[in-house]
Design a protein around this ligand. Structure first.
Ligand SMILES: C[S@@+](CC[C@H](N)C(=O)[O-])C[C@H]1O[C@@H](n2cnc3c(N)ncnc32)[C@H](O)[C@@H]1O
Length: 267
């Protein structure tokens, strides 16, 4: 089946129980999905609702990645295994028969999906709870409520799909950084308060008694950065760091000099 999976015109009748049907992603879109995810040979690519296995197989064949497909329909699971065998990537791929909502997502470093909006929304808490920060998610056609994509790509299709447009949505699972952080430094204690809405963050606080304001704060996976605009010597400059479980470890560059700062989470 190659018809576009669409909710247009059916939204009123749509219920949460309608399972995404088997509709294939055209090969050129598969390629774009894996490229958008910056797939590498050391990735584990998990396709949720893997159909005939094409995304997992392409990830293994073109990038040397390992792949896992999760699919509700056992006949499609069998077909995907045969396709992987025929493509010479049976050793690198696994196809599991089951419901994506019950699957363990934790081993994936790239997640792909071509499902339906309600199922993307139902998966959202699992993405945040089970996927390691930095995991890339690419969805063909359907976004998630509330969680803005890090990137959206729209492009015209060719061949038998000419005249149609494909849309891809891309997210990087953000580290959890909301709350208060502190670091003892020569100029006084740094106190940060970070507000977080998925990957969007605001950082403010103080260095000693001097208020710290920031601009351009970014969070991408475990990478965090901001431009300090405090009045005191400590507050100015660019901070770039990495979020660990209980620490943010990074480098402050100001006035041509760099130094390390380790922030601890305020309990
Ligand atoms: C639109 S197709 C996409 C197939 C393939 N990923 C591709 O892009 O070509 C959606 C697939 O998800 C499967 N599916 C639907 N609901 C599912 C669920 N809850 N758990 C696992 N698979 C599901 C369907 O059987 C179907 O094969």
């Amino acid at each position: 089946m190659v018809a576009a999976l669409s909710v247009a015109g059916t939204a009123g009748a749509q219920t949460a129980e309608v399972a995404p049907p088997f509709v294939t992603t055209p090969p050129e879109v598969v390629e774009r999905m894996l490229a958008l995810a910056e797939t590498r040979g050391d990735d584990v690519v998990m396709d949720l609702g893997s159909g005939d296995g094409r995304i997992v197989i392409a990830a293994a064949k073109q990038y040397g990645a390992r792949g896992i497909g999760v699919e509700l329909d056992p006949k499609l699971v069998a077909a995907a295994r045969e396709n992987a065998q025929a493509a010479g990537v049976a050793q690198q791929t696994r196809f599991l028969n089951g419901d994506v909502l019950k699957a363990d997502l934790s081993g994936a470093s790239v997640v792909t999906a071509y499902l339906l909006p309600w199922l993307m929304d139902a998966l959202q808490p699992k993405f945040l709870a089970e996927l390691a920060p930095g995991t890339r998610i690419v969805s063909h056609a359907f976004a998630m409520s509330g969680w803005e994509p890090d990137a959206t790509r729209e492009f015209p299709l060719s061949g038998e799909h000419a005249g149609r447009t494909a849309t891809l949505y891309f997210w990087v699972v953000p580290a959890e950084v909301r709350g208060e952080w502190y670091a003892a430094q020569p100029e006084g204690e740094w106190r940060l308060e970070i507000r977080q809405n998925f990957q969007q963050i605001e950082v403010e606080g103080a260095v000693g008694d001097v208020p710290l304001r920031t601009s351009g704060a970014v969070l991408r996976g475990t990478h965090i950065g901001w431009q300090g605009e405090g009045e005191g010597e400590g507050g100015t400059g660019r901070f770039e760091g990495r979020v660990l479980t209980f620490q943010i470890v990074g480098t402050l560059t100001a006035n041509g000099a760099s130094r390390s700062i380790v922030f601890a989470r305020r309990p």
